[in-house]
Design a protein around this ligand. Structure first.
Ligand code: NAD
Length: 329
């Protein structure tokens, strides 16, 4: 809901859904999501909330100084959760991040504790919000948020393997010398070490990857596939070792999810959502391609899986459950 009358009039005139987006955590990821949201005109009102007042004030100031160059919007930042009042969508990036050599699951206890404190406070001011979780380990944090919020399943989901899938597509596109937009391939399961590549359904412009052998564009050998998937799995560590955080690609991936949600696109995305009796996987959040629209996340699609992929997906679900149990869920 927008309080600014000018913005209200503009959104009504242009038939744009008036949307307030709250981003929790103004660190590398939260600030970059805000920046990408502004550039792409995703929401008319964006607020940043962070417990570090100096950081959130500085990020909001810097972003405000660019407002002249982006689609009409307002942006505010505060260390008071009140700034999130009446938000339609809440993106959570608050919490500890991986240090070099740390895995995402090493963050589980600290970020679950943050989530348990944060989610009720946000719900108190924004009871109608849909939650999009980015904080790692994202499948665990999505599950914890769903359980402690009591919100319906469609309104709580995580960025999941949208980022991993875009890394996957980029590497396939590079090897085959085709545009990344023509590559359709998903990473499913955990956003983490047990994730799996869905090679059997991957295709380039409807040519299945296993049948792809195009002069001048090569084909993928078993070794290529192994290298590509290994590269997807280690990409975050490589970036963290070089610059301390990953931010640009997750910023853009999150904006793509927000566009699907706020623009009611019904776009298929491998987000992390609660699976119930899906391929014998139950009561765990992980990524399988799902339709995302204004109502939130729909149940997972019946994607084709070969026996190895199915076993990999079930193994990934068990891996996430081990971490969930360790943090008391
Ligand atoms: P960062 O340290 O730069 O920022 C985290 C921010 O959260 C800090 O500014 C901190 O003050 C704030 N914060 C901590 N506790 C808070 C609370 N209770 N309320 C409000 N704000 C709070 O970290 P980052 O690089 O921005 O990463 C943030 C998270 O995103 C990490 O968990 C990281 O692993 C995760 N991440 C996820 C993906 C993904 O694909 N899901 C990709 C990249 C990073």
């Amino acid at each position: 809901m927008l309080s600014d009358p000018l913005l209200q009039k503009l959104t009504t005139d242009q038939n744009i859904m008036p949307t307030k987006l709250a981003i929790i955590g103004a660190g590398s990821v939260g600030a970059t999501i805000a920046y990408a949201c502004l550039i792409r005109g995703v929401a008319k009102s964006i607020v940043l909330y962070d417990t570090n007042p100096a950081k959130v004030t500085a990020e909001a100031l810097d972003l405000n100084h660019g407002l002249q160059f982006v689609p009409m919007a307002t942006l505010d930042g505060s260390a008071d959760v009140e700034i999130c009042r009446d938000a339609d969508v809440v993106v959570v990036t608050a919490g500890a991040k991986q240090k070099p050599g740390q895995s995402r699951t090493d963050l589980a206890a600290a970020n679950t504790a943050i989530c348990k404190d944060l989610v009720p406070r946000i719900l108190n001011v924004a009871p109608n919000a849909t939650f999009l979780l980015v904080t790692n380990p994202v499948d665990v944090i999505t599950h914890v948020t769903l359980k402690i919020s009591g919100l319906p399943r469609p309104r709580v989901f995580g960025s999941g393997t949208v980022l991993d899938s875009s890394r996957f597509r980029f590497l396939i596109a590079k090897r085959l010398k085709v545009a990344v937009q023509n590559v359709h391939a998903h990473i499913a399961g955990e956003h983490g070490d047990s994730e799996i590549p869905l090679w059997s359904s991957a295709h380039v412009a409807s040519v299945p990857l296993h049948a792809w052998a195009v002069p001048g564009h090569g084909k993928l050998t078993v070794r290529d596939r192994t290298e590509i998937f290994q590269n997807v799995k280690t990409a975050a560590q490589q970036i963290i070792e070089g610059k301390g955080a990953t931010n640009y690609a997750i910023g853009l991936a999150t904006v793509r999810i927000l566009e699907a949600l706020l623009h009611d696109e019904s776009r298929v995305l491998p987000v992390s959502s609660l699976l119930t009796n899906y391929q014998e996987i139950d009561d765990v959040c992980l990524s399988v391609p799902c339709i995302v629209n204004r109502a939130g996340v729909e149940p997972p699609l019946p994607i084709p899986l070969n026996p190895a992929e199915l076993a990999g997906l079930r193994n990934s679900a068990e891996t996430i459950k081990v971490t969930l149990r360790a943090v008391g869920f």
